[in-house]
Write a protein that binds this ligand. Structure first.
Ligand code: TXA
Ligand code: MG
Length: 318
């Protein structure tokens, strides 16, 4: 297979990406959170190719990306609370798990056979342009091999997936840096299935207290929430005193070989998180380091999503 085509972030690049998707090919597309490994969500073979390219278990469903709320409403039913959240936060780093509507037209593998679909309206202008050019829903998990560190740059995509994608739309690094927050809005309460780029503090004024349902491995409702995930090759430890030879990642006043944010800014730390983990892993390789150690991050705002990713990266592997 040839190396992936690198598409520019121009109208021509967007049209070319949509044309490849239409042909059933896989294209890595930028979103404001992370790069997505995209396919036409209505094409069963294209969706099957996503699972194959990532090595993703087929019981772990995919997020469907649409350009706006009106398109989301053609695929799924939005309870009142879901619609309020959509109006407040779409486009943006929020995914809603919603009951499918009859005649939705999605390939069954997108939802892994579940009666609910995870939908997101991304804000990234390039992704928006591709969705509007394709005029159809796009299934896209994060563009990394299953269980590994997510991709926030085209180089990460190429390193992780190589020629398993037909093309990469290069719009530079992602700004938010962690994946979308996933919510399952119910009649009275809303469950939080994954911490992400939209902090809990922003959501709860709309929903009341969220019911956290993010325990790694506890259930398969968001089966991506398996204990070990986002794993660098080297073992990763959180907090504590560094041991000799470890690669250290600092935050704020805690210095390291690398830092998530020298000023202790959580938004900057989220933006940098996956790139720093990729770099730390490369350094650990180079120096034959026994492990990577990350400074403690406050459990507030975007710090919750950062800590969630770090805990999974540190979790015991199979
Ligand atoms: O920011 C993001 O959300 C990125 C960009 C590319 O949009 N996508 C992303 O996809 O993070 P992925 O596949 O890495 O994570 C999707 C998560 C998984 O944990 C999956 O189990 C959950 O969403 N999910 C998908 N469909 C679901 C459904 N119908 N019910 C419950 N959870 C679902
Ligand atoms: Mg992922």
């Amino acid at each position: 297979m040839p190396a992936p085509e690198i598409l520019p972030d121009t109208p021509e690049g967007h049209t070319r990406a949509a044309a490849l998707l239409k042909e059933g090919r896989l294209v890595a597309l930028p979103t404001e959170t992370v790069y997505g490994l995209a396919a036409d969500a209505t094409a069963p073979e294209a969706v099957a190719a996503i699972y194959a390219a990532k090595g993703r278990p087929s019981h772990n469903p995919l997020i469907v990306h649409v350009p706006d709320l009106a398109t989301a409403q053609t695929l799924a039913t939005l309870p009142a609370q879901a619609e309020a959240l959509a109006r407040a936060f779409w486009p943006g780093p929020l995914t809603l798990v919603l009951p499918l509507k009859p005649g939705h037209g999605l390939a069954p593998a997108v939802t892994a056979g579940l009666p609910a679909v995870a939908i997101r309206v991304p804000a990234h202008p390039a992704m928006q342009a591709v969705l509007r050019s394709l005029q159809g829903p796009v299934a896209a998990p994060s563009a990394n091999p299953s269980g590994r560190i997510s991709a926030t740059t085209p180089a990460h995509v190429r390193d992780g997936l190589g020629d398993r994608v037909a093309a990469i739309l290069d719009a530079g690094p992602c700004t938010v840096g962690v994946e979308s927050t996933i919510l399952a809005p119910g009649e009275s309460t809303t469950r939080l299935l994954r911490e992400g780029g939209l902090p809990r503090e922003a959501i709860e004024p709309f929903t009341g207290p969220l019911v956290a349902d993010t325990t790694p491995g506890a259930r398969l409702e968001a089966p991506g929430q398996l204990a070990s995930h986002y794993a660098p090759r080297a073992p990763l430890h959180l907090g504590g005193t560094p041991h000799p030879g470890e690669i250290t990642i600092g935050f704020g006043a805690t210095m390291g070989d690398l830092t998530l944010s020298a000023t202790g800014d959580l938004a900057e730390a989220a933006t940098n998180l996956f790139a720093i983990l990729h770099q730390a892993d490369a350094l650990a390789d180079q120096r034959n380091a026994p492990a990577i150690r990350v400074a403690a991050i406050p459990e507030t705002g975007l710090g919750r999503a950062i800590n969630d990713r770090l805990r999974r990266a540190a979790a015991p592997r199979d």
